[in-house]
Design a protein around this ligand. Structure first.
Ligand SMILES: Cc1cc2nc3c(=O)[nH]c(=O)nc-3n(C[C@H](O)[C@H](O)[C@H](O)COP(=O)(O)O)c2cc1C
Length: 207
């Protein structure tokens, strides 16, 4: 038997579960708070999420389908990213319920809000890090043949950064100290980052 399994996704993976997001994982979670034009609060996790640029700092996430978060950002141009941590993991999961637009997932998940400074949507009060963002681009994703998908990439410039002082050690941000959780594959897999995951490697110089 061939020791490499190969498939072309357009023809199906032929495995018990699609391995795609178990392979591209664990992924950081975009835990996104927004406010509708009418003032309704919304909070939801997005694991098709990452950072894309330093100057200005840009982050982005993909909405698979038109969801409340996308609609709120189209209406207001603003969102907040909150760090999902192990103590907040169950609340983060509760906030993904596909509730009607008028339902406030902060309340649904039993989370307190904290005010932002630059944008209107509030932060998750107990999250040690939050980025206040202004939407920079919304891109409808398409496949290689140019066929449009029903997914949108939402990019935003980070215009305000909140860091709990307890997450800073001598002014250096301690990634593992906040115990971030990341999304694996399957219906339920997550990974927690702890200090024993850390190893260091400096970039080689050339020649
Ligand atoms: C950990 C986690 C990651 C998720 N990642 C995504 C994602 O990347 N894109 C997406 O469209 N939905 C994702 N979802 C599902 C949304 O959170 C869910 O559809 C939610 O109801 C959307 O909320 P909204 O309509 O208030 O924006 C994820 C759910 C969980 C629990």
């Amino acid at each position: 038997m061939d020791n490499q399994y190969f498939y072309e996704p357009a023809q199906g993976h032929g495995l018990p579960h699609d391995p795609f997001n178990a392979i591209v994982g664990p992924r950081p979670i975009g835990w996104i708070s927004t406010r509708s034009a009418g003032g309704a609060l919304n909070l939801a996790p997005y694991s098709f999420f990452n950072a894309f640029n330093y100057t200005p700092p840009l982050i982005g996430f993909a909405s698979l389908g038109r969801k409340d978060t996308l609609r709120n950002i189209e209406e207001t141009g603003e969102f907040v990213w909150n760090l999902a941590t192990r103590p907040l993991a169950e609340a983060m999961n509760a906030s993904c319920a596909s509730a009607p637009p008028e339902v406030d997932e902060f309340q649904l998940a039993g989370l307190a809000t904290a005010p932002s400074r630059v944008v209107a949507p509030p932060r998750v009060a107990d999250s040690p890090v939050a980025f206040e963002c202004k939407c920079s681009q919304i891109i409808r994703l398409q496949g290689a043949s140019g066929v449009e998908t029903n997914s949108w990439l939402i990019l935003g410039e980070v215009v305000g950064v909140h860091i709990a002082r307890s997450a800073l050690r001598d002014g250096i941000y301690d990634t593992a100290g906040s115990r971030p959780v990341l999304r694996g594959g399957g219906p339920a897999d997550y990974f927690e980052i702890t200090p024993d995951n850390l190893f260091r490697m400096t970039r080689p110089s050339y020649p």
